[in-house]
Design a binder for this molecule. Sequence first.
Ligand code: HSE
Length: 426
Amino acid sequence: MGKVIKIGFFGCGNVGSGVWKLLTGFADNISHRTGLKFELKRALVRDIHKKRDIDFPEGFLTDQVDDILNDDEISIVLEFLGGEEPAFSWDLAALKKGKTVVTANKVALALHWHELQRAAKESGAGLYYEAAVCGAIPIIHTIEESLQANSISYLYGIVNGTTNYILSRMSKNGEDYETVLKDAQKLGLAEPDPAADVEGFDAAYKLSILASLAFHGKVPFEYVYREGITRVKLEDIRCGQELGYTLKLLAIAKRDGLKVETRVHPTFIAQDHPMANVSGSFNAVFLKGHACDEMMFMGKGAGDLPTASAIVSDLVRAASAPQHQYPTFTNEEKPAVGLVRNSDWKCAFYVRTMAKDAPGVLSRVAQTFADHGVSIAAMQQKGERQNDRVPLVFITHTARETDMQEAVRQIDPEIATVESLIRVEK
Ligand code: HSE
């Protein structure tokens, strides 16, 4: 008989059921390889009488957190409650009692990582969170452990499956945002309240975690600029496609010396970039290290079994570790000393205007760009005339964000109105 480890669950919804299925169905295989035997002792749920797909054994479900916190036999807690509270307080309480926590909760982690890590270190417990970012893709351990020999200069992530699904369908089928969102909700791919996904919060939490690991210094959630996909227009997706681009909700982290930029927003990328082909609800991370060069990771970022894959792997790692390891970067509430937030990043831009169809209009718009140091790389006049206006679309060379914003403000609406401004990564 190998080592028996008693486990508690915080939560037992979709992901919890996936973990149960994986741990019961695959237990012999894990035990055979590792000598570890997991006993699933207790799961904390809100309603123990709720009808569930799985027939859990009598006494497994409880609605009392103390049944887990005060059970000295339970040495590892798996948390899949999601959200900041009460998850954070309960994770913290478990760590303070010396219980290792394996969590899928990016919100609690992004906002309270430093407190959780401090409590874990003090009690000698472990804190594991591979499932918190990109579900099944082992990106956390890859950055934390396997890329230690690299200075990572940038990272692009498609880290939210819901928005990638919506944008992929809009791009491929020409369906509008509202139609696809409703369909995604019916299919269970988007939450009834989709704000966390479509407004970019989910991606921003994940980016704060990835950037902190990649740049070896705390990049707080507040450092992440965030724009969601709710204002994306089908017309821009179509225009972008004609110009050779695909629209993605990209999570971007770049480091140049001490300056870091972290931003989540709809982004045009070249159709031949590997990330442009990450479609549907898939996630991917593309990064560059000075030694490893460019690499890309792709897989399922959500769902019961893909998320359980990361959780159970963390569980095996936690249970086998002679001593728990913690990230070596400065993990404090404040940004890491020496990292400076750069809100004035440089990138190319896509600008769609509706302009008067008259002599001199193009040159006046171009002059406004030039006055702000923005150089035009391509221009297209195509599409339907509306009243006396025609669509004029510009792709700029690399420009500063603040210069571009000011240029757009200065375009005289009497000659052209700016309908959309979308960043382009080349
Ligand atoms: N809601 C997330 C997504 C999955 O759509 O990718 C959990 O992180």
